[in-house]
Design a protein around this ligand. Structure first.
Ligand code: CP
Ligand code: NVA
Length: 308
């Protein structure tokens, strides 16, 4: 495994499934209240340039359960890249802390943070990707279906950070991935090429949602305007309307298709209340698994950093 966790593209298939194995063990221990202080005395700096519920809570609670402590640094606290250069923050914070998790705007900023940090850096979302989320999502699919390989996973919505992490996942694990977006909101072409060149998965970009969802094992959506795109929200609502996950669209997929959303959801925009609350929806399992999978990622990175 790489010293940092910035992208699923940096992992091998073995790394991914090793993380899932440890995730399952840690989840079982957490539910059984079996202590697992594998990072006793560790501190995790959590740098946020954007808001968060799940990422903040799951990392802070997760490091606590591992015997360590999380330090929440809100957008206004350290002003990464504005009050102080990213590379200076990297060198300062990594002298105090054993691990860093950061949620930033530009992906190049998290790469710079990692380059200058003495300790492992974990990507808690950038404008480009959200690897912790898609690791938790794939683990959740594994729990519900017993496998991820060769399932048809259809992402309907914006070609954003979530879509990019799914594409990177498809470069490492064979799936049938369909990314269904409006024409002007397609995912990054270089990321698509990278994953297609890996030659493992069938990866399609589609613009017709009804065609896209046919025979889907998993239907996934995300907000139409991501953090930082709030000004575009009204315009996007009109453009993305045909891409809403509603009962009619879901009716074109398999009967037992799993419904997923990274959350936060804008109910009755990208997903209807009825679909979000339907028996096929596993959105809260996904949310819970963020914590378990991130605990596994922290343990793996720390063990490697210690040279175990
Ligand atoms: N899914 C996710 O990352 O949620 P938050 O933005 O609340 O952290
Ligand atoms: N695409 C969303 C994901 C939130 C978890 C955003 O970046 O705001």
């Amino acid at each position: 495994m790489t010293p940092h966790f910035l992208s699923i593209a940096d992992l091998s298939r073995q790394d991914i499934f090793d993380i899932f194995d440890l995730t399952a063990q840690l989840k079982a221990k957490t539910h059984a209240r079996v202590p697992h202080r594998m990072l006793d005395g560790y501190s995790l700096a959590m740098i946020f340039a954007k808001p968060s519920a799940r990422t903040r809570i799951s990392f802070e609670t997760g490091i606590f359960q591992l015997g360590g402590m999380g330090l929440y640094l809100a957008p206004q606290d350290i002003g990464i890249g504005t009050r102080e250069a990213v590379k200076d923050i990297a060198r300062v914070v990594s002298r105090y802390n054993d691990l860093i998790m950061a949620r930033l705007f530009a992906h190049s900023d998290i790469e710079e943070l990692a380059e200058y940090s003495k300790v492992p850096v974990i990507n808690g979302l950038t404008d480009y990707n959200h690897p912790c989320q898609i690791m938790a999502d794939a683990f959740t699919i594994l729990e519900h279906r017993g496998k991820v390989d060769n399932l048809k996973i259809v992402y309907v919505g914006d070609g954003n950070n979530i879509a990019h992490s799914w594409i990177n996942f498809a470069a490492r694990v064979p799936i049938h991935l369909v990314i269904c977006t409006p024409r002007d909101y397609q995912p990054d072409a270089a990321t698509l090429k990278f994953a297609q060149d890996a030659g493992l998965s069938t990866i399609e970009v589609e613009h017709d949602p009804i065609k896209a969802v046919k025979n889907a094992d998993v239907l996934y959506t995300d907000v139409w305007a991501s953090m930082g795109q709030e000004k575009e929200a009204e315009e996007r609502k009109k453009i993305f309307k045909p891409y809403q996950l509603n009962s009619e669209l879901v009716g074109h997929a398999k009967d037992d298709t799993l419904i997923m959303h990274c959350l936060p959801a804008h109910r009755n925009e990208e997903i209807t209340d009825a679909v979000l609350e339907s028996p096929n929806s596993i959105v809260f399992d996904e949310a819970e698994n963020r914590m378990h999978v991130q605990k596994a990622i922290m343990v793996k990175l720390a063990e490697q950093h210690r040279g175990l």
